[in-house]
Ligand binder design. Structure first.
Ligand SMILES: C=CC1=C(C)c2cc3[nH]c(cc4nc(cc5[nH]c(cc1n2)c(C)c5CCC(=O)O)C(CCC(=O)O)=C4C)c(C)c3C=C
Ligand SMILES: [Fe+2]
Length: 431
């Protein structure tokens, strides 16, 4: 990491004219993911290391230099193989003019380019003794760690404050109230959101902290969730487990054709800036873990429609067996029709699919000493209606509802990626 090209020291003209340039850190092996090529330093898999100390050093180096392209047709952090950690933050704008908003988006675009390339957003150690560090410094020397930063706009951004109503995507609105919710306004909504994902939590936290700090006169943090142990799998990734102990992400959207059909927005948004974008739905879902932990295994498995250890559908043997929703055992459906997977499988929903990219979270203990933890559910889809139609079914019929509460919610329009250095998010709003 070097501290050249500080984002904050870019002139106002430079902010509006260019979002800084990215030099992708590291060189070496190339990992092919759905989300384009990731560059890593060192070719760990190719070389045989015998000394454990050397292995640790090599692993650290690999992680430190893993990076994903910042410029491209789509923002990274959507089809990027899920990293290990999440910091999700929704912001409210305290800005009162369109120019202030423009400055925030231009500054953020430049800073996001810097940080995803492993650089600080300004001087960590100013030369003048009374100089205030521009970058807070906690990610200095930590490298890229696969950091992706994904920006979204809430429906409220397009109200009458900034004159952006004509840029609102068709039918973009807050999610409707749905059965089984207990939403807390403290974890709901937001004018903007940033999804920061990285293989090191400090790198993700640093990114959001510095974005918030550089815009502190114009944005206020509304809510934030720290996620760990990704609860979804990308291609070639081992399926992780959620805090209920079940493999999560086994049957997820994958492959370019699926992304094109279900995830990437196109002309239907009737806004050119949404081409190649998507809609992010965030649901902070609290789990009643102590109650779940006392539920017998047979019931747990029947609730999800899958086995706990292997993650196999109850109609099959192995995790990746295709569920057979018509299979019967002793005259009864092998997968209960009100099980979680039966309710939301694309076979039973006119082909509807969503990309799940959630994380486990914990906030410690609640006010009466119970575990305060659950799933920070995040999904991407080309139309929020895909999520709504599935959640309506879950909200009314899912047997899992006895053990979960949706406490937070937000929907955000995620613009397509920036084409090149010189562009910034929202540029088309202010032409
Ligand atoms: C509205 C969308 C969904 C919400 C909300 C949701 C919450 C939720 N899910 C789990 C755990 C599992 N979900 C699984 C599969 C699955 N879930 C959804 C959608 C929502 N889940 C879909 C579309 C699917 C895929 C169904 C299929 O095609 O088979 C699974 C099984 C493994 C897997 O395929 O990922 C688990 C386990 C929890 C704990 C939860 C809320 C806390
Ligand atoms: Fe699910």
């Amino acid at each position: 990491m070097s501290d050249e090209q500080p984002a904050d020291s870019l002139s106002r003209r430079r902010f509006f004219g260019g979002a800084g340039s990215v030099a992708v850190a590291g060189a070496g092996g190339l990992i092919a993911g759905t989300g384009g090529a990731a560059v890593v330093g060192g070719a760990l898999a190719d070389e045989q290391a015998t000394d454990p100390a050397t292995d640790v050093e090599r692993l650290q180096a690999t992680s430190a230099t893993l990076s994903y392209p910042y410029y491209g047709a789509h923002q990274s952090g959507i089809d990027t193989p899920p990293q290990d950690h999440l910091v999700f933050t929704a912001f409210d704008l305290s800005a009162t003019t369109a120019t202030e908003l423009q400055l925030v988006l231009a500054k953020w675009s430049a800073a996001m380019a810097q940080m995803t390339a492993g650089r600080p957003v300004g001087k960590v150690e100013p030369t003048r003794e009374h100089g205030i560090p521009v970058d807070t410094g906690e990610a200095f020397d930590m490298g890229t760690q696969g950091l992706t930063l994904t920006l979204g706009y809430g429906p409220s951004l397009f109200d009458d404050r900034f004159g952006l109503a004509k840029f609102k995507p068709k039918d973009f609105a807050d999610l409707p109230a749905m059965a089984g919710e207990a939403l807390d306004p403290a974890y709901t909504g937001g004018d903007l959101c940033i999804q920061a994902c990285a293989n090191d939590p400090q790198v993700a936290y640093h990114a959001v902290r510095n974005l918030a700090r550089m815009a502190r006169t114009s944005v206020k943090t509304r809510w934030t969730v720290l996620g760990f142990g990704r609860a979804s799998a990308g291609p070639h990734q081992k399926t992780p487990r959620n805090l209920m102990g079940f493999k999560d992400g086994t049957r997820n959207v994958s492959g370019e054709a699926d992304f094109a059909e279900h995830v990437w927005a196109g002309d239907e948004a009737q806004q050119p800036w949404m081409n190649g974008g998507s809609y992010l739905v965030a649901r902070k879902i609290h789990m009643l873990i102590e109650t779940w932990d006392e539920d017998p295994i047979g019931d747990q498995q029947s609730i999800f429609g899958r086995t706990k250890q292997e993650g196999a559908p109850l109609s099959g043997q192995s995790e990746h067996d295709v569920p057979d929703f018509h299979a019967a055992v002793a005259g009864k459906p092998a997968i209960a029709p009100d099980s979680h997977i039966a309710l939301v499988a694309h076979e039973n929903n006119a082909g509807t699919k969503i990309l799940r990219r959630g994380y486990n979270f914990t906030d410690g203990l609640d006010s009466v000493g119970r575990l305060d933890a659950g799933l920070m559910f995040i999904s991407f889809q080309k139309n929020p209606e895909q999520f709504v139609s599935l959640q309506r079914k879950l909200g009314s019929s899912d047997r899992l509802n006895e053990y979960i509460r949706h406490v937070g919610s937000g929907v955000f329009a995620v613009p397509g990626g920036l084409p090149e250095s010189g562009s910034y998010y929202g540029k088309e709003f202010f032409a």
